[in-house]
Design a protein around this ligand. Structure first.
Ligand SMILES: C[S@@+](CC[C@H](N)C(=O)[O-])C[C@H]1O[C@@H](n2cnc3c(N)ncnc32)[C@H](O)[C@@H]1O
Length: 194
């Protein structure tokens, strides 16, 4: 992003109300976290049960200190270096917003492939519209151990909604349910059938 876009994004973020997310639970068992760098939110909660995957080593370096027990992996989630059915469950915490729709499509197919039957894929993300130019969301995330993470995620805006992401997840083979649909963010739980 150019300096002007970053400045626009910051203005966009600070002029919008902070979004509160109570992250009471994540899925049980051995999990893959797609786009897990940055704050490493899911890895902080799940520790050694989590394989956070990120395309950029720099994003992992940023996150690793907060969750050293997680099994960090540098990989593009469109082609995961993992066997099929190797994880019980999967998550993507505000990562899909950083992917164009064609990448989301590939990532959802790959996630489906590496999940065991009955595996769930929990996707937290933002509602945005391309007419806004930039999209930034300011989050206050409360973890189960009472830690608080205050952060901002921002990207060049595109059209994205819970319904749209659900459709892409269904195309990949998942059954989906929109669990939370707030004005600015949503949580979808997708499931691979038995
Ligand atoms: C800013 S982070 C989002 C939040 C992160 N889950 C956290 O806990 O803070 C989004 C991450 O998705 C990663 N990402 C985007 N496209 C990816 C892909 N195709 N494969 C793996 N990671 C990807 C980015 O590198 C970035 O680190």
């Amino acid at each position: 992003m150019r300096f002007f876009s970053i400045a626009q994004m910051m203005i966009n973020a600070v002029t919008k109300p902070r979004q509160h997310i109570l992250l009471q639970e994540i899925p049980p068992g051995r999990m893959i976290d797609i786009g897990g760098g940055g704050e490493g939110v899911i890895a902080r909660v799940g520790g050694p049960r989590v394989v956070p995957v990120d395309k950029y080593l720099s994003e992992i370096h940023e996150a690793r200190g907060n969750a050293p027990a997680a099994h960090w992996m540098v990989a593009d989630a469109t082609t995961l270096p993992c066997n099929q059915q190797s994880f019980d469950h999967a998550t993507a915490f505000f990562s899909c917003m950083y992917m164009p729709a064609d990448v989301q499509r590939k990532v959802f197919r790959e996630t489906y492939r590496v999940l065991k039957p009955n595996g769930e894929f929990w996707v937290w993300d933002v509602d945005m519209a391309s007419k806004s130019k930039v999209c930034a969301v300011r989050l206050h995330v409360a973890l189960p151990d009472k830690q608080i993470i205050n952060t901002i995620y921002g990207v060049r805006a595109k059209d994205q909604s819970a319904d749209g992401l659900s459709r892409l997840l269904q195309e990949a083979g998942f059954e989906t349910e929109i669990i939370t649909d707030q004005k600015r963010w949503f949580l979808i739980k997708a499931k691979k059938a038995a």
